[in-house]
Ligand binder design. Structure first.
Ligand SMILES: *Cc1c(COP(=O)(O)O)cnc(C)c1O
Ligand SMILES: [Zn+2]
Length: 427
């Protein structure tokens, strides 16, 4: 009896993940033939789904009304990461991040609707939980014990958290020296093996990749591992579900007009774009929003490629203080450019000083404390409105990617110093 009840609760969801398509050469492979990049050309891989059958057989209203509020309530749009019927523990641990309406910003900028998607409230306080949980689910399903990542800090924190307290997986982390303390301490306290690499994030990427080859570890690094994008796309599903719910409309999902996303490697913007494209392919939303990517002016590689009109990014050493978007050459650059170009959007560069001011503005006007990389969404919003890229009748969603306490040192520069007093006479 009891066993039956338990079984009923975890009834297997149908799976429609048909394989992987190379984003560079278009070659298609069955799911079990792809671990990382394209065997033919080395391009990043993109998970493919049988949209025609999903459209016929899955009811979106039923999907969004499931009791399971974790990302697995979108299971039919996610990869086959576990034997059917088995609980996908890592992703099952958290539900949607909040979507707030930002009335003060709407009035100040003269924009109809502005929403803040606050991933600073995910379990390790950054967007990277979406990717790390999906990769850990895949590692468990394929019995890979050691998961390795190169990270600017947040992907590492997320991986460390997802592996904490488990005996079947462990995390090995390579982060560059200079990684903000708040991010570093998370990886350490959750018990991951942490290596501080003398050099940049890109040096850490190379070291992690070499370690995976030498020791046979599973590589979670962004761009290389095709499962990160699949985890990241759940942000788009949540936003569309939350917007439909806010309307009280009959539809299960509704898309905004404009989506603003901070961009480093370009995997978050590519993932969120994928999520909207999935729902659009199914006819579950009526548009894919215009994508505005916010880059750091001091990490110029992607912006230069965007300006030149090409897809190839060249190495350009980053010196930005915004650790989350500090890359010398983006690992998913071509897909980031497609998100922007295919939707009639743009990339907008943010100066470090603007990011610091943005942290304070966002905290004081909208009550959300963002790390510098997350504040890039806000800086890009203000600039995009001034440049006419956003109209007054638009509905805009800002993806906020990390909590401000991750990098308290930067935030303190924006916050100003407190007054020191010894008695109330000085107050
Ligand atoms: C990783 C990260 C980003 C950028 O994501 P990419 O996939 O590298 O473009 C933005 N903000 C924060 C806080 C991050 O940790
Ligand atoms: Zn290829």
């Amino acid at each position: 009896m009891r066993g039956e009840a338990r079984k009923a609760k975890i009834a297997p969801m149908r799976n429609f993940h048909t394989g992987f398509t190379c984003t560079a050469c278009g070659a298609h492979y069955p799911t079990n033939q792809i671990e990382y990049t394209c065997p033919k050309c080395g391009g990043n891989m993109d998970a493919a789904y049988d949209y025609a059958t999903i459209r016929k057989e899955v009811d979106p209203r039923q999907m969004v009304s499931r009791a399971d509020r974790s990302a697995w309530h979108y299971a039919e749009l996610l990869p086959r990461t576990a034997p059917s019927g088995e609980r996908h523990t890592p992703l099952a641990e958290f539900g949607a991040s909040p979507l707030y309406r930002a009335g003060n910003l709407e009035r100040e900028l003269g924009i109809r609707k502005i929403w803040l998607k606050d991933d600073g409230q995910l379990p390790s306080n950054s967007f990277k939980d979406r990717a790390s949980s999906m990769v850990v689910a895949q590692a468990i399903a394929t019995k890979r014990e050691t998961i390795c990542v190169a990270s600017t800090g947040n992907a590492a924190s997320a991986l460390a958290l997802m592996c904490a307290g488990r005996s079947d997986v462990r995390a090995v982390i390579f982060v560059p020296q200079g990684t903000p303390e708040g991010k570093l301490v998370q990886s350490l306290i959750y018990g991951a093996q942490v290596y501080l690499v003398k050099g940049s994030y890109n040096d850490a990427v190379e070291m992690a990749s070499a370690a995976c080859q030498r020791f046979g570890w599973y590589n979670r690094s962004t761009g290389t591992n095709p499962y990160t994008r699949e985890g990241k796309k759940t942000a788009a599903f949540e936003i569309c579900e939350q917007l439909a719910l806010a309307d009280g409309a009959a539809a299960a999902f509704r898309a905004p007009d404009v989506m603003i996303v901070p961009v480093g490697d370009g995997n978050i913007i590519s993932g969120i774009h994928k999520g909207y494209k999935d729902l659009f392919a199914l006819g579950w939303i009526d548009r894919v929003p215009k994508f505005i990517g916010a880059t750091a002016a001091k990490a110029p590689s992607l912006f230069r490629a965007w300006q030149s009109g090409g897809e190839q990014c060249q190495l350009a050493p980053s010196t930005t203080l915004a650790s989350g978007i500090s890359v010398d050459i983006p690992a998913d650059g071509a897909m980031a450019l497609r998100a922007v170009r295919d939707t009639g959007g743009a990339l907008i560069e943010c100066e470090d000083e603007e990011l610091l001011d943005g942290i304070a503005a966002l905290a004081r006007k909208a009550a959300v404390f963002a790390e510098p990389s997350a504040a890039a969404s806000y800086v890009a919003l203000v600039k995009a409105k001034a440049q006419g890229l956003i109209g007054s009748t638009d509905e805009v969603v800002l993806q906020l990617t990390g909590n401000g306490l991750k990098d308290a040192k930067s935030a303190l520069r924006a916050a100003g110093a407190p007054r020191v007093v010894s008695s109330l006479d000085e107050v």
